[in-house]
Design a protein around this ligand. Structure first.
Ligand SMILES: CC(C)(COP(=O)(O)OP(=O)(O)OC[C@H]1O[C@@H](n2cnc3c(N)ncnc32)[C@H](O)[C@@H]1OP(=O)(O)O)[C@@H](O)C(=O)NCCC(=O)NCCS
Length: 228
């Protein structure tokens, strides 16, 4: 079981420092990037390795405000509850919220198809995401060779603290581990906080998808290139 720790504040500072002079001042769409440390498709992931403690060592980089680690079976109920709570803000957007809850309540089963990663603070699960490696089973609207991100969720009471960004960084790190050239995900235009985060990381709209319970969806892809 891979187990890692990360201090996002330290990560942000370290990355910002090391990438100084290499990050674009503007993103490809001509807008200022609000999270330059997340514009990492190419630039930051290689460095993120150096700010994470080795899995086996168990040491921490510094004092942690939250820990990013692999899912444990004992996390299952918490992850399932978290997924429902995180998506509750969209309950009126879905034509069948009850069916959505049934799906969301099974988030922990993603551990069987991918690498479920959690964010933990003082023993509480406050965020989760699943990374699915290249050639692992995935929906037909993805290229099977792509690694993908599934179900990024953060506790509504813990938003805006960089937890979602840290979970996404970990997915990018794993995609680079797998020598992937892209990382993809399926999201919706209604998920504005998520889309802002993805956009700042370098994800771009790839194609529209089929609506889910009346909610429009799309596939987004980020190019990954080695750090120059
Ligand atoms: C998308 C999501 C995971 C982001 O999690 P997060 O931990 O808040 O992410 P970060 O802190 O790294 O960045 C989130 C951005 O959202 C903004 N934000 C959204 N809700 C916020 C809140 N309640 N308080 C403060 N900031 C909030 C922040 O301003 C931040 O932007 P900034 O860094 O420019 O200030 C979270 O909003 C969520 O769980 N949403 C519902 C589920 C969802 O849409 N998942 C995506 C599925 S594809």
């Amino acid at each position: 079981m891979e187990r890692q720790t990360i201090l996002l504040g330290a990560a942000t500072a370290a990355i910002g420092q090391r990438c100084a002079g290499k990050l674009p001042s503007h993103d490809p769409h001509g807008q200022m990037c609000r999270r330059p440390w997340l514009r990492l498709g190419s630039r930051v992931t290689a460095r993120s390795d150096s700010i994470m403690a080795p899995a086996s060592g168990g040491q921490q980089v510094s004092t942690v405000s939250f820990v990013i680690r692999g899912f444990l079976e004992s996390d299952a109920d918490d992850v399932n509850r978290l997924a429902v709570a995180a998506f509750a803000e969209f309950r009126t957007a879905y034509s069948d919220w009850t069916a959505m809850v049934a799906n969301l309540s099974k988030m922990s089963t993603l551990a069987a198809v991918g690498e479920l990663i959690v964010a933990e603070r003082t023993g509480r699960i406050i965020g989760a995401v699943t990374y699915v490696a290249p050639h692992r089973p995935k929906a037909a609207f993805f290229d099977g060779a792509w690694p993908i991100v599934r179900m990024l969720v953060v506790d509504p009471k813990c938003r805006g603290q960089g937890i979602g960004g840290a979970l996404m960084l970990e997915c990018v790190r794993r995609a680079k581990r797998d020598r992937a050239k892209v990382l993809a995900l399926h999201s919706s235009p209604i998920m504005t906080a998520a889309l802002a985060l993805y956009h700042d990381m370098g994800f771009a709209h790839h194609r529209d998808g089929t609506p889910v319970f009346g909610v429009p969806t799309a596939v987004y892809v980020m190019q990954l290139q080695p750090c120059s």
